[in-house]
Design a protein around this ligand. Structure first.
Ligand code: GLU
Length: 292
């Protein structure tokens, strides 16, 4: 009889700052869900953003996770070392005629979407107005040759037409119909780095055979895009489980820039991992009971 594949989850922080208590919860959550299903959790470093990622934050991630008692297999996948994988996915989408170069600056987009009648908003703000989608091949060529930096955007309408209706399973919310159109023409390769969060995470989850993607509820909507990319690229679809986000006393989401809630400062001020884990275990238990 074929051995069933091990259930893998992952904790995928970006080394752009110190981990805070919310990250610790995400790590514990990923680990507990994996062990609930008899599997284990991988660590992945989402460090595509060269301008913001720092080696010292990567070191701090390892130190904080070790302190928390988190175990991870090595080598850890560091996205910056796998740009070829993302390029291969971009080539595939480009051959399907689903990408176009976008030369717009942030200001161009801000100006184009600032008009009071501009009504198209998505989960991340105003939708891209499509300025560069309608450039002629000749105009594109000229701009590229003139050295203008460009991002690559997905032609969302065409991508959805090719993909057809799509669904994904959220372990707490059941079957969800994918509605990636709410994001408009998303960027899949940024001007400063030849990939994007959406592309890299989708490719990696498949390459690492992740069976259950656990992450914060702030990324629930992003799953619509990831499901579309899976279909277009012929990748597997994991199941998803989105956890609640930790807030401070004022009900605000924790941020990396707020040093007070960093694991490092908690560690230095005498807290023990047990103080943190006892509370987390109860929270995870509540969420486990919600799994359908
Ligand atoms: N790298 C993302 C973060 O630090 C997590 C992305 C994901 O889990 O899909 O928020």
């Amino acid at each position: 009889m074929e051995k069933p594949a091990l259930i893998l989850t992952r904790f995928a922080p970006s080394p752009t700052g110190l981990l805070h208590i919310g990250h610790a919860y995400a790590a514990v959550f990923a680990e507990k869900i994996a062990s609930h299903f008899g599997g284990h959790c991988l660590l992945r470093l989402e460090n595509i953003d060269e301008g913001r990622c720092r080696q010292k934050f990567e070191t701090a991630i390892y130190d904080d996770l070790a302190w928390l008692g988190f175990h991870w297999a090595t080598p850890v996948r560091r996205q910056s070392e796998h740009m070829d994988d993302y390029q291969a996915a971009l080539n595939q989408l480009s051959q399907m005629d689903l990408l176009y170069p976008c030369f717009c600056t942030r200001k161009d987009i801000k100006d184009a979407t600032a008009a009071p009648h501009f009504g198209s908003h998505g989960p991340d703000g105003p939708l891209y107005p499509g300025t560069c989608r309608t450039l002629t091949p000749c105009q594109r060529q000229q701009k590229i040759e003139s050295g203008r930096p460009y991002a690559l955007r997905l032609n969302m309408k065409r991508a959805i037409q090719q993909a057809g209706p799509l669904f994904w399973k959220d372990l707490a919310q059941g079957t969800i119909q994918a509605t990636p159109d709410i994001f408009g023409d998303v960027v899949l390769a940024r001007k400063d780095t030849p990939t994007s969060y959406h592309l890299a995470v989708t490719v990696d989850d498949d390459l690492q055979a992740i069976r259950i993607v656990t992450r914060g509820s702030d990324l629930f909507q992003a799953t619509h895009i990831h499901r579309l990319l899976q279909k277009l690229l012929g990748l597997r679809t994991p199941e998803y489980l989105h956890h609640k986000l930790m807030c401070d006393q004022n009900g605000q989401r924790l941020a990396k820039r707020n040093k007070a809630t960093s694991l490092q400062s908690l560690r230095k001020s005498g807290h023990t991992p047990t103080d943190i884990l006892i509370k987390f275990n109860q929270l995870v238990q509540v969420q486990l009971e919600e799994i359908v």
